[in-house]
Design a protein around this ligand. Structure first.
Ligand SMILES: Cc1cc2nc3c(=O)[nH]c(=O)nc-3n(C[C@H](O)[C@H](O)[C@H](O)COP(=O)(O)OP(=O)(O)OC[C@H]3O[C@@H](n4cnc5c(N)ncnc54)[C@H](O)[C@@H]3O)c2cc1C
Length: 397
């Protein structure tokens, strides 16, 4: 069977690797950029999430639990540096007490190991500079560089006899009635015959799925940019591990947080603003067609109408550094603007429905022998190996 995987992010790579290991030797992976993992898979917080936030029974809950264990063991077996630094989710206002307790309950239901509620004193033993009334300690949470993981997947794909085509943007496909298979076509005139097509195209997931004839029920991928600051070296002592706020339960984003990176640096962020192009990593990068598609989408308009304060607040926080710093001060009051330098950004591919609802779970669509990984935001990097295993089971391969 010939399998074509479109998209060379960590999900496409993980699926290609798993299929090759399973014996599907005619597996190819096609990526539009000149190299793999140029988008979400290299522009993220590098956290291995253990499943604290996700609805019990959801795919995110199942595949983050399964995924974190598989990711740790993969990294250990392939000499990829990772560290179990632990995370603290901090409540610093009395009104967050219920949300914190609910989160703890979810953690217990999702079988997280050794999570604990800590008081202020216990938190400050682990993170001396944090301002907290109480918090949840999640010892399993870890850090890694997902670009290194993606590179390792790509090396394995080649070693197992798979092929990776870069600089190849897939535009179209056709069904071959006589051979009962498909041909997919790239912008530069290449064609690939395939019995099974899997799209793992992140920020273009909705468009590629629609081009491949999958009905996505008028849903749309909305690009939410997340911007980071770095903490200057001399102030990195302020953060020992991962420090997160209690998230807003209505939004799938976790709130700006402090993240120790596996290379020793410390980041603060990410926020969440609408990107002006699907791959627009700053305010200057605008794609008018894509921006119009986002702004004219009834779902996004309803979302903005429903959360005007969140939307405006995020834009201001992005444009005005002191507002960003004020959000960080809630976690670490000693943080000051001059301690931070502008960092990088990443863009989340978040599926939204026509009514403005954000799809909270991973979403996989299937139409015959065409599959689309339609929604794979965080914690999909953590879950990438588990998502590939799940897909193989789902497809009965
Ligand atoms: C700011 C931020 C922070 C995050 N933090 C974390 C975290 O700490 N932990 C965690 O687990 N997850 C995190 N995530 C989520 C995680 O990074 C993503 O879930 C994961 O990388 C998704 O991988 P992907 O392969 O689906 O997408 P991508 O990495 O975006 O890959 C999709 C690929 O498809 C290619 N493509 C698109 N269209 C075509 C086409 N037509 N033809 C050929 N190729 C095409 C693109 O070029 C791209 O390389 C974060 C994400 C962001 C943005």
């Amino acid at each position: 069977m010939k399998v074509s995987i479109i998209g060379g992010g960590i999900i496409g790579l993980s699926i290609a690797r798993a299929l090759l290991i399973k014996g599907y030797k005619n597996t190819i992976l096609i990526e539009k950029e000149e190299a793999i993992a140029k988008h979400q898979s290299s522009r993220n917080s590098g956290v291995m999430h253990s499943g604290l936030y996700y609805k019990p029974g959801s795919l995110k809950a199942k595949l983050s639990r399964d995924g974190i264990l598989k990711m740790k063991s993969y990294c250990t077996n392939h000499n990829i540096n990772w560290e179990e630094c632990g995370k603290i989710v901090v409540a610093n206002e009395a009104t967050q007490k219920n949300s914190l307790e609910n989160l703890f309950e979810i953690g217990i239901k999702n079988n997280l190991e050794n999570i604990e509620i800590l008081n202020r004193k216990e938190i400050n033993k682990k993170e001396p500079y944090v301002n907290a009334l109480s918090g949840i300690y999640v010892p399993e949470e870890s850090i890694v560089n997902y670009q290194k993981v993606a590179t390792s997947f790509a090396e394995e794909i080649k070693a197992f006899g798979g092929k990776i085509y870069t600089k190849t943007l897939i535009k179209d496909y056709k069904y071959n009635k006589t051979r009962n298979n498909f041909t997919i076509f790239s912008e530069d005139g290449k064609s690939f015959e395939s019995d099974l097509i899997i799209s793992a195209t992140g920020l273009y997931g909705d468009k590629v799925a629609t081009n491949l004839g999958i009905n996505i029920n008028k849903m749309q991928t909305i690009p939410f940019r997340g911007e980071y600051y770095f903490i200057k070296k001399e102030f990195q002592y302020l953060v020992k591990g991962l420090i997160y706020p209690v998230p807003n339960p209505k939004l799938p984003f976790l709130g700006v947080h402090f993240t120790k990176l596996i290379n020793g640096e410390v980041e603060a962020g990410p926020n969440a603003v609408l990107a002006l192009a699907r791959e627009g990593y700053d305010w200057k990068t605008i794609n008018l067609k894509e921006l119009w598609e986002s702004l004219s989408y009834p779902g996004l308009r309803k979302f903005i109408y429903k959360y005007p304060d969140v939307t405006a607040g995020e834009v201001l926080r992005s444009l005005i550094k002191p507002i960003f710093v004020n959000s960080l001060k809630k976690l670490i009051p000693d943080i000051r603007s001059e301690m931070l330098t502008k960092g990088d950004s990443g863009i989340r591919a978040q599926l939204m429905n026509f009514n403005g609802g954000l799809e909270q779970d991973f979403c996989i669509k299937k139409s015959g022998n065409i599959i689309s990984i339609l929604n794979a935001p965080s914690p999909a990097a953590t879950s990438s190996i588990a998502i590939a295993d799940y897909l193989i089971e789902f497809l009965d391969l």
